[in-house]
Design a protein around this ligand. Structure first.
Ligand SMILES: NC(=O)c1ccc[n+]([C@@H]2O[C@H](COP(=O)([O-])OP(=O)(O)OC[C@H]3O[C@@H](n4cnc5c(N)ncnc54)[C@H](O)[C@@H]3O)[C@@H](O)[C@H]2O)c1
Length: 268
């Protein structure tokens, strides 16, 4: 993260985050890693999960080097494996005694003409981008119920709210995540669990860099189509997560909030 970016980010001022136990999926890179950085900066304790052990270890080590006093653990699992999710959540309870905030970040893209999508590709996208979010939410919420509440934030996408060609499985998954968040928000409000969806537009991460490199996305077209004229940064999404997880957002639940530079507001 560059000094210019860090200078724009909040530094430990949002209420109700210090000491909280955060379970963060997809934490090895991208938006997930930026969220780890943001929450640890606000005094949270972290359990990082990713399927990529090497990258996750590097991400954890980098955070620990920057915040030597922080409590940061990691577990390697696929969120598409419900039993591995349960084991990871149980390990978090064993280590920290609770889970206050679940960040459902892990996800994959699927950008391909719908006529060519194979059943395997369809299932893989739904398994990770939708079912994985449910498995993590359910496993964490079972603990949150017993501890008197919690917060669940799921990184859906602006493509959970609007659609685009060649993204059938991705858009379907992300729209379902938005709907899932609303259902869980209504159902778990009585347990003091707030559930919200985060809907980023195009954010500069490995996921988007890969699509640009493969010619599936045109960076110039995205910039011209986006009213703010640029892609977003992972840190800008992390700032929204901090707010939604904090007590500053205590009355916000069942909401899908965009950070997209105005992309979805633009009719052209
Ligand atoms: N980058 C964007 O423009 C953008 C826009 C909207 C939404 N999103 C969403 O934000 C989330 C993070 O995206 P990103 O851009 O940081 O992606 P990324 O590819 O940079 O990082 C995603 C991380 O998730 C991990 N992961 C993938 N499958 C997993 C699985 N089955 N179990 C555990 N971990 C797994 C990957 O190893 C990786 O570390 C995704 O859900 C994505 O759909 C991204």
């Amino acid at each position: 993260m560059t000094p210019a970016v860090i200078g724009r980010m909040s530094a430990g001022t949002l209420p109700g985050l210090a000491g909280k136990v955060v379970f963060n999926t997809g934490a090895a890179r991208g938006i997930g890693h930026a969220m780890s950085h943001a929450f640890v900066r606000h005094g949270a304790r972290l359990m990082l999960l990713d399927v990529d052990q090497t990258a996750l270890g590097k991400a954890r080590d980098a955070l620990q080097a920057q915040f030597p006093a922080a409590e940061i653990e990691m577990c390697v699992a696929s969120i598409a494996d419900d039993r591995a999710v349960e084991r990871s959540v149980a390990a978090t309870i064993e280590r920290f005694g609770r889970i206050d905030i679940l960040l459902n970040n892990a996800g994959i893209s699927m950008n391909k003409p719908s006529l060519d999508v194979t059943p395997e590709e369809w299932r893989q996208t739904i398994d990770i981008d939708l079912s994985g979010v449910f498995y993590c939410s359910q496993a964490a919420a079972r603990r949150m119920v017993g501890q008197g509440g919690g917060v669940i934030l799921s990184t859906a996408s602006m493509f959970g709210l609007v659609s685009a060609a060649r993204r059938a499985a991705y858009c379907a998954s992300k729209a379902a995540v938005v709907s899932l968040c609303k259902t869980l928000a209504v159902e778990w409000a009585e347990h003091n669990i707030r559930v919200n969806a985060i809907c980023p537009g195009y954010i500069r991460t490995a996921l988007v860099d890969d699509l640009i490199a493969r010619g599936a996305l045109d960076e110039g077209v995205i910039e011209r189509r986006t009213p703010l004229g640029r892609l977003g940064t992972p840190e800008e999404v992390a700032e929204m997560a901090l707010f939604l997880a904090s007590d500053a957002a205590a009355y916000i639940t069942g909401h899908a909030m965009v950070a997209d530079g105005g992309f979805t507001a633009n009719g052209f």
